[in-house]
Each structure stands twice: as C-alpha cells, then as structure tokens.
Design a protein around this ligand. Structure first.
Ligand SMILES: Cc1cc2nc3c(=O)[nH]c(=O)nc-3n(C[C@H](O)[C@H](O)[C@H](O)COP(=O)(O)OP(=O)(O)OC[C@H]3O[C@@H](n4cnc5c(N)ncnc54)[C@H](O)[C@@H]3O)c2cc1C
Length: 151
C-alpha cells in the first residue's frame, strides 16, 4: 500500500487525508499542534456559503485596507513594517488584480464543488452538525461565464 504524508491538520489537510485514505492510501497527518484544527480552521465564521467566494484582489481592497489602518477597530490590519516576504506578497496580490473576474469565477466553481464534496463526505461519515440551509443573494457586476452554475 502506498504511503502518503499530509502536512497540516486543518480542514484542507484533513479532507485531503480522508479522500486519500478512501482511495486506499496509508495516510499519516502531521501537524505542529497537538490536535487537529487548532489554527485557522479552529474558530472561523462557520459559513458554508459557496457563492460568497469573490476574490479580494481589487484596487478597492487596497484602498479599504489603507483606510482601515487609521481605524482602531478595523476588521483587518496590515502591520506596516516592511519585510521581503510582505513586499513579495503585495506584488503578487497586485499582479492578480487584472485577473479579478476570471479568478472569482474559478473560485466560485471550486467553492461549489467543495460544498458538494463536503455534503457528501459528512453524509457518508455520519457527521452531524448544526447545519442551517439558508439562501442569501450576492449580486456581482461581471460577465458570468456560462460554465458557472448559479448557486
Ligand atoms: C476570522 C476568519 C473567519 C473565517 N470565516 C470563514 C467562514 O465563515 N467560512 C469559511 O468557509 N471560511 C472562513 N474562513 C477561512 C477558513 O477558516 C480557512 O480558509 C480554512 O480554515 C483554512 O484551512 P487550512 O486547512 O487551509 O488551514 P489551517 O486551518 O490554518 O491549517 C493549517 C495547518 O497546518 C499546520 N502547519 C502549518 N505549518 C506547519 C508545519 N511547518 N509543520 C506542521 N504543521 C504545520 C497548522 O498548525 C495548521 O493546523 C475564515 C478565516 C478567518 C481567519
């Protein structure tokens, strides 16, 4: 049996490990923390809203981020101290601005596929959680690719 190591026991690592194990691989998950899901996957907003997958790579996000830096209760703050990693990250962020539309469409497609996969996985594994089925609408002013399903 082929052995696979997955590094990181957040939602991404654990669902990858689950799928690989189902496909017959011997999977070992490694994490720097003692338990699974102790970092970003620990206490997020809990929303499973596939349609809310608009990418942030827009000039508006940069202007909003600059305004937030002057607010003490900002929802997101960037430490202004420069580092090569941060500068590289910012350049990469900006170089993706022209691809905002196509990246959003691809992200929505991926989110819809992930939601279907998650539902299937939870049902199959008998995982019950306080899931609530609600609809909310997001209207985006962009050309919709016909491959994109409305969710
Ligand atoms: C405030 C907030 C609210 C959010 N709300 C929502 C929401 O409502 N709905 C939604 O869908 N998403 C939400 N998200 C996003 C979502 O939580 C993340 O996209 C998701 O948890 C990322 O999972 P992950 O497995 O990729 O990363 P993580 O959960 O961060 O897992 C990465 C794991 O890798 C481990 N690791 C890292 N480096 C190493 C190493 N060198 N060696 C060993 N282990 C290592 C870490 O310990 C960690 O356990 C939110 C995020 C934030 C911050």
């Amino acid at each position: 049996m082929k052995k696979i190591a997955v590094i990181g026991a957040g939602i991404t690592g654990m669902s990858s490990a689950y799928t690989l194990a189902k496909r017959g691989y011997a999977v070992t998950v490694y994490d720097k923390n003692r338990y699974a899901a102790m970092e970003t996957s620990f206490a997020n907003g809990g929303q499973l809203s596939a349609s809310n997958a608009e990418v942030w790579t827009r000039w508006q996000t940069i202007f909003k981020g600059m305004k937030w830096m002057l607010k003490s209760d900002a929802p997101l703050l960037v430490n202004p101290k420069p580092s090569s990693h941060k500068i590289g990250w910012m350049l990469e962020f900006m170089s993706n601005i022209p691809h905002y539309e196509s990246n959003t469409i691809r992200t929505v497609e991926m989110a819809v596929a992930s939601r279907d996969f998650m539902t299937e996985m939870a049902e199959e594994a008998g995982i019950e959680f306080n899931r609530v089925n609600q609809v909310f609408c997001i209207f985006m002013m962009m050309r919709l690719n016909l491959r994109t399903r409305i969710v």
